[in-house]
Design a protein around this ligand. Structure first.
Ligand code: ADP
Ligand code: MG
Length: 178
């Protein structure tokens, strides 16, 4: 992910502080957050949306009802989208305008993975728009360059684990904002 022009305070020294994250390849790391309510998931999404640079591609993963759409709503709110964010399940993509263009895809009803080109996924990735893909794990390895992968898990009626995989600078900023 390119360094954030919207948040110049995020510098390389954050990597030191981020030493506690579980390290992954490509200078990425993982942090597991927990949410105890839908409102908390929304606010975690809003924080993420407020921190990411232009062109960020999100993959939101986890089963039906885990909270992907709710997290996407939060991300949109954090990006200054004022329209109502709905689940794009039936039409597969919605476009919003906040401080940046935002494309919200939902691949759940996509019949064949190769149909993603037809719904404009690759065109949406232009280095400026923020692209949020629910069910991004339906894509094949290498089809999409994902900057922030979020894997959600139901841990109780109102509890969710939200594991965020991203560059360490973003994770450090996320933790500071929590
Ligand atoms: N902590 C939580 N975070 C997110 N959703 C939660 C939480 N607790 C309960 N829920 C409920 O789970 C459902 C999540 O729905 P949705 O976001 O549409 O899921 P998905 O898009 O993953 O299918 C909502 O009804 C929401 O109220
Ligand atoms: Mg959904």
């Amino acid at each position: 992910m390119p360094s954030s022009s919207r948040h110049p305070e995020i510098g390389p020294d954050e990597d030191e502080q981020a030493g506690r994250f579980e390290r992954l390849e490509d200078s990425k790391a993982r942090v597991a957050l927990s949410s105890e309510s839908p409102a908390r998931t929304l606010s975690i999404g809003a924080l993420l949306g407020s921190l990411v640079p232009p062109g960020t591609v999100f993959s939101l993963e986890g089963g039906l009802g885990v909270g992907k759409t709710l997290l996407a709503k939060g991300i949109c709110a954090g990006l200054g989208v004022s329209d109502e964010v709905l689940s794009p399940s039936f039409i597969l993509v919605e476009e919003y305008r906040g401080v940046l263009p935002v494309f919200h895809f939902d691949l759940y009803r996509l019949e064949k993975v190769h149909d993603v080109a037809g719904i404009g996924l690759f065109d949406a990735v232009d280095g400026r728009a923020v692209v949020i893909v629910e069910w991004g794990d339906r894509l094949r390895e290498g089809m999409l360059d994902v900057d922030v992968r979020v894997v959600m898990r139901i841990t109780g009626p109102e509890h969710r684990e939200i594991a965020v995989e991203a560059c360490r600078t973003l994770l450090a900023a996320l933790e500071r904002g929590m």
